[in-house]
Design a protein. Structure first.
Length: 305
């Protein structure tokens, strides 16, 4: 079989591909959570940055501080909702694909340690109920100046206000019991992000072990098809560059569908510099077809803008 379209249709209908596609679809929930966490963290970084203190704390700019606090509530709502969605989607993914097979028996043990019995994880879980079913939590901001360390701004939740809510479970109550009166919101976000990152890195590694043969078969067939359609890849890249130059999409969109989706996301996460990001994506295409220097330069120019 030399027709690459027929090869890809055969691949998409294979059981190996369907199993890998389930994993990639599940990964979308993690991407959504990570995006909401990043947006909240960036907003908190803005409020903690001394260069913005004059805008936030000038008495003439009181509406600016009010709006900042409102935006924190909005982003916090998205963060805790995405955290709960990730937990629910993970549970369904495991139940549908592995619970009856025993292939991934250590998943439930690891989940129990990392989330079910973890005070921080359960605090975030219950904070979602607080935000969605009780009230929008008031956001505290405290400006402080020290002669030695300079100016600082803390963004926090009041423990006393949170404790008025009756929906905290036992691990969440333990978190609140040991927490300070002013619970730093930035600490909650980065520590929960770290917890999620560690757990799902472990999950992804275990899934790679479980589906090693599936991954090998899918990757072999995909690479074979891409090598056969090499000239078509170059045409698709060229058209995508032209579309971007006409104001359609982001520069990264040039490579959508032209490199492996998992590698695409990995490059986005690894490279913040746009030129290095473009070079890494070009290198992925080079695995299947030689990309002419003129086209490479056009791609790099698109990423520079």
């Amino acid at each position: 079989m030399t027709n690459p379209l027929d090869m890809f249709r055969e691949l998409e209908n294979s059981q190996e591909y369907k199993r890998i596609s389930n994993i990639r679809q599940f990964s979308l929930s993690l991407t959504v959570f990570s995006g909401n966490a990043l947006e909240l963290r960036k907003l908190l970084d803005y409020g903690r940055d001394p260069s913005h203190f004059a805008d936030l704390w000038n008495v003439k700019n009181r509406p600016e501080l009010d709006n900042f606090q409102i935006q924190v509530v909005r982003y916090l709502h998205n963060f805790v909702a995405a955290a709960k969605s990730l937990v629910d989607h993970s549970r369904r993914f495991y139940q549908d694909n592995y619970q009856s097979t025993g292939q991934f028996a250590d998943y439930k043990t690891e989940l129990k340690v990392k989330f079910a019995e973890n005070p921080l994880a359960q605090f975030v879980n219950c904070l979602r109920q607080f935000c969605q079913h009780y009230e929008a939590p008031p956001i505290g901001c405290q400006f402080h100046y020290d002669v030695t360390s300079g100016a600082s701004n803390r963004i926090f939740l009041e423990k006393g206000m949170l404790q008025q809510f009756s929906g905290w479970n036992l691990p969440a109550k333990e978190y609140l019991r040991t927490a300070p009166e002013q619970i730093d919101l930035y600490d909650i976000v980065i520590n929960y992000e770290r917890l999620v990152s560690e757990f799902y890195s472990w999950v992804q590694n275990r899934l790679k072990e479980i589906h090693a043969s599936d991954l090998a078969i899918v990757e072999r067939k995909r690479k074979e098809g891409l090598r056969i359609m090499g000239p078509s890849l170059l045409h698709l890249l060229s058209v995508s560059v032209q579309m971007h130059n006409n104001g359609i999409g982001q520069p990264e969109d040039i490579f959508l569908g032209n490199i492996d989706p998992t590698m695409f996301r990995a490059i986005l996460d690894q490279y913040s510099d746009p030129i290095k990001r473009a070079q890494a994506m070009i290198a992925q295409v080079q695995l299947y077809v030689d990309v002419p220097k003129q086209l490479q330069d056009q791609i790099l120019e698109a990423f520079e803008k």
